[in-house]
Design a protein around this ligand. Structure first.
Ligand SMILES: Nc1ccn([C@@H]2O[C@H](COP(=O)(O)OP(=O)(O)OP(=O)(O)O)[C@@H](O)[C@H]2O)c(=O)n1
Ligand SMILES: [Mg+2]
Length: 408
């Protein structure tokens, strides 16, 4: 039996990037031999094992056969006669289909090195079709390696897969996983460009796809097109190193602009509430984790108010902080403000504009949090006040503290 390093680790080493996890392929072994060697099988039908010590993944060389639509429709064929080349042939991209033997020799039957040099994301063989998640993977790699383009024949293949309904059957968890990873990359807009280009975005995220072609007021949005704005916001989120929930909030904050009545365009009165409705449906469909959903909901609902908050007096600021649940969740509020900053700066020609709303609201929050709610509650109870009256006093004390802080 021979073992080869494969996939991302080989690719990243050739690119001179740090390698964080190794994937291995094992040729000429049976599952029984692996288990006898102390490897731990993972999954039922999936011939993948974990190394007893390093916990890295070792997959038996395999050919894949499709039995039904979508991700669940796999059957794996593995036997010790499957060659390394057969295994590499069924991988997604040529740059991911290189292997390295223990002595360092590179096995590259599909010219992955050439495509690395040409900066091409190119499918290996027709076997690409067997797993529609690969469409999302290509889009995600485009976001990670922004200088790479998708080869024309791979674009054509992905379009054909979408047209054949292959993307309809993807399970929500896989879609979310790839989407979340793509959002986390260096140039998230590239993922959406690729998904749009093959028609997958219209299937997976129709409420996002719809934003292209929707105009906005040029005085606020020199880029005019809502889809273009959204891409600028996401790339700003990557530039400002926003964590995933903030990036997801950026993605969804303007969904409501896609359903603005045509007769009021390019204004978008009330789009915030429509964004919230659309966002909740999207989260349900893709089983988006609560942390992302909750942050996105606050940003969708409040981003207009936060942008306008420089004109807010202390009372309005405290109400805004309360609606954002900023007293209980100050860390989340920092992400809310970051997403809003990305929205403000994700506009053509306004990328370097400062966003003083953030520091002002953080200063207000700091002052309001310094109010001793426990002392006010104690005093109120001693005087026999009802809970609501105590809440009112806390609210007033916070307004006074914010007013003092904002006066400076
Ligand atoms: N749907 C998939 C998933 C994985 N692979 C193959 O399995 C390897 C390892 O998969 P994974 O770790 O998911 O991707 P990496 O390419 O290693 O990328 P990352 O850096 O994101 O781990 C890939 O390189 C590719 O050869 C594939 O062909 N099709
Ligand atoms: Mg990997």
């Amino acid at each position: 039996m021979q073992t080869y390093r494969v996939g991302g680790a080989v690719r990243d080493a050739l690119l001179g990037l740090p390698v964080h996890d190794n994937d291995w392929v094992v040729v000429g072994a049976t599952p029984e031999e692996m288990i006898l060697g102390g490897y731990l099988p993972v999954g039922k039908d999936f011939p993948v094992f974990l190394h007893p010590r390093t916990r890295e993944e070792y997959a038996l060389a395999r050919t894949e056969r499709k039995t039904a639509r979508g991700y669940h429709g796999f059957a794996f064929h593995t036997d010790p006669g499957v060659t390394l080349e057969e295994d590499l042939a069924r991988r997604d991209l040529t740059i991911n289909a290189m292997a390295q033997a223990e002595d360092g020799t590179l096995v590259d039957p599909f010219n992955g090195q050439g495509d690395l040099r040409a900066k091409m994301l190119r499918h290996v063989t027709e076997a690409f079709r067997e797993d529609p998640v690969r469409i999302l993977r290509v889009a995600r790699f485009a976001a990670r390696f922004p200088g790479f383009s998708v080869a024309p024949e791979t674009q054509a293949l992905m379009r054909a897969m979408v047209a054949d309904g292959e993307v309809d059957a993807l399970v929500p968890e896989r879609v979310w996983q790839e989407l979340a990873r793509g959002l986390g990359e260096q140039r998230p807009s590239r993922m959406f460009e690729v998904l749009r280009g093959c028609g997958a975005l219209a299937v997976l995220l129709p409420e996002v796809e719809r934003l292209w072609g929707v105009p906005q007021r040029a005085d606020y949005h020199p880029e005019v097109d809502t889809g273009v704005h959204l891409m600028m916001v996401l790339d700003m989120a990557a530039r400002l190193q926003a964590p995933l929930p903030a990036r997801f909030a950026c993605l969804t904050h303007d969904l409501g602009k896609g359903t603005t009545p045509a007769d009021i365009l390019p204004r978008h009165l009330g789009h915030e509430a429509r964004s919230v409705d659309l966002l909740l449906v999207l989260c349900e469909r893709l089983r988006v984790p609560n942390e992302c959903r909750e942050l996105a909901e606050v940003v969708a609902r409040e981003h207009g108010n936060i942008h306008r908050s420089e004109a807010f007096d202390a009372t309005a600021v405290v109400r805004l902080l309360e609606r954002c649940d900023a007293f209980r969740k100050p860390d989340r509020f920092v992400q809310v403000l970051l997403a809003c900053e990305c929205d403000a700066r994700g506009r053509l020609g306004l990328e370097e504009r400062p966003y003083p709303q953030r520091d002002r609201l953080l200063a207000a929050l700091g002052a309001a949090r310094a109010v001793s709610t426990a002392a006010i509650a104690e005093e109120g109870q001693a005087r026999g006040l009802a809970g609501q009256a105590i809440g009112q006093r806390i609210h007033q004390a916070r307004i006074a503290a914010v007013a003092a802080a904002l006066a400076h």
